[in-house]
Design a protein around this ligand. Sequence first.
Ligand SMILES: NC(=O)c1ccc[n+]([C@@H]2O[C@H](COP(=O)([O-])OP(=O)(O)OC[C@H]3O[C@@H](n4cnc5c(N)ncnc54)[C@H](OP(=O)(O)O)[C@@H]3O)[C@@H](O)[C@H]2O)c1
Length: 294
Amino acid sequence: MTHILVFGKNGQLATALAKSPANTEFKLNFIGSSEFNLIKHVSVIYDYIMNYNQIDAVINASAFTNVDKAERHGAEHAWILNALAPEQMAKACKARNIPLFHVSTDSVFKGTKTGAYRPDDPVDPVNFYGATKLEGEQYIQRVGCAGSIFRTSWVFSNTGHNFVNAMLALAEKHNQIKVVNDQIGLPIYAPDLAQALLQAAYKMLTNPTRKFDPVYHIVGGGTPICRYKFAKLILRTAGLNTQVTPISSTEFAAPAPRPANAVLDTRSFTSTFGIILPDWQSGLKTMLANIGQE
Ligand SMILES: NC(=O)c1ccc[n+]([C@@H]2O[C@H](COP(=O)([O-])OP(=O)(O)OC[C@H]3O[C@@H](n4cnc5c(N)ncnc54)[C@H](OP(=O)(O)O)[C@@H]3O)[C@@H](O)[C@H]2O)c1
């Protein structure tokens, strides 16, 4: 049995990893912030991994994901968790000769490209969160441990903070909501992300001599959508008739800018691993059907 140490326990991805049907190949040990706070104990992450009993790989599903907080008073914590912590993980993985599977974000891009972003497109973070995640990617690549970085975007699940839950919560309180119509992306249902990540990890662990790319993209299959249309689809599928009004990102004035184009190109991921990424719309239907059944 392959033992994987997973940083993150109650987050969207970590929760989905724990429940994934693909994890039968692995024994996953989840370390949440209450077991080991990566910000407080950043200086001993290396020792923690080095002294951990049996591990064949590390998945980093932890991150400082509050984009607006990162832009303002959370900057230092975001930097420690998104940049310094992965560097320490990479150093320990290299020393133990095991791969690190790290998760990153579309926010490493500016969002001004026409068409989907490829993994090797030039990076230029759109906000401070994206800058910290990019620094994490660069530290990992500089250390040169085995494994890959998997960028994703617009993750949603029944657990935690995400766009779908935010729209449902707003619709509960208001008859009319305003949503930006100038940001497009390809969402992904966290269980689909978890399954794809574990299947890719399995292929990499069972083909140790094969060369893999440093960075892959994993998002849902299907057609990109703007947040305004996504919100309308969420509410319609949930059977709610809340009125949705389109506004611009400038009018919305979030503390941190978001990429206008967050669409990630997954072709290198699907061709390398032979994995078909499920349509995000079927993930949305499953998620909404699961509400109240947990
Ligand atoms: N959510 C999105 O839309 C989105 C978009 C693009 C990329 N991503 C990337 O996808 C990955 C997974 O995101 P997610 O949506 O699952 O994030 P999430 O739901 O916000 O979960 C964050 C995870 O980080 C852990 N964490 C936070 N602070 C910590 C600390 N001080 N010490 C140790 N662990 C800490 C949490 O630990 P606990 O388990 O203890 O709560 C939790 O498991 C991240 O790398 C993120 O950057 C997400």
